[in-house]
Design a protein around this ligand. Sequence first.
Ligand code: NAP
Length: 240
Amino acid sequence: MKGKIAIVTGAAKGIGKAIALELASAGAKVYANGRTRESLSDLLGEAEVRSLEILPLPFDVSKEAEVVRAMGTVERIDYLVNNAAVCPYVRYEDLTEEHWDLMFGVNVKGTYFCTRHALEKITSPGGSIVNISSGAGKTGGAFVSMPYGTSKAAINNMTVTFAKLFAAKGIRVNAVSPGFVETRILDEMPIDRDRIRSDIPLGKIGKPGDIAPVVRFVLSEESSFMTGQVIEVNGGDVMY
Ligand SMILES: NC(=O)c1ccc[n+]([C@@H]2O[C@H](COP(=O)([O-])OP(=O)(O)OC[C@H]3O[C@@H](n4cnc5c(N)ncnc54)[C@H](OP(=O)(O)O)[C@@H]3O)[C@@H](O)[C@H]2O)c1
């Protein structure tokens, strides 16, 4: 990925941080997005120690004007990873309009705004976009919240729509859809890890490092005949 330029949203921690480090380790220059510059300090510190080219690009993905401004500061985009999302645990009975607005604002509109406003800078042909979905997009969000599952189903649909719209420009759009992965999202859910492990055919919960190499592959030239796909990475938890 030497000479390539990538943007990873929600890169301050968890899966996004692992993706930013993975792409930079492969030689890309990575713009790491977080809501604030301060939230990116751990990632930037690690990049400095490892001599990786990771630069901060703070903005809120759910605010269109901030997205437009940030995309305007980047010279070119070869790879865009729409990873930022929110996933609060909310019981069905407790759902409010604010929960729907929050999850659709960040997860769905955020992905749309970043893709829409990156387009002008995306290398054509050859650009590649990966949206981070979730198994909940297919199996539903009953275990965490209905707006989360439906927001990820929307991401799967948006992936296909953008793939069709951008194919003529030689820009590929795919989704990588993790299953259970050890991050803050899992820490904040009232879940029984032993039960989850026993339900997953490969018998383990994933780590951010299990997702990042798949994202690198789907971004790269190695997958140049693949577009409009949702790739499940989940230890076999969802198999269709
Ligand atoms: N962990 C799992 O089991 C799992 C499973 C399936 C799919 N996923 C998906 O994987 C992706 C990463 O999740 P994760 O588990 O790594 O969660 P995480 O640790 O909570 O990371 C999410 C990141 O997104 C950032 N973010 C949230 N709202 C934002 C906004 N408005 N603008 C910019 N950045 C924002 C967060 O920043 P702050 O630090 O400022 O909050 C955080 O850095 C998400 O798309 C999630 O839906 C995760």
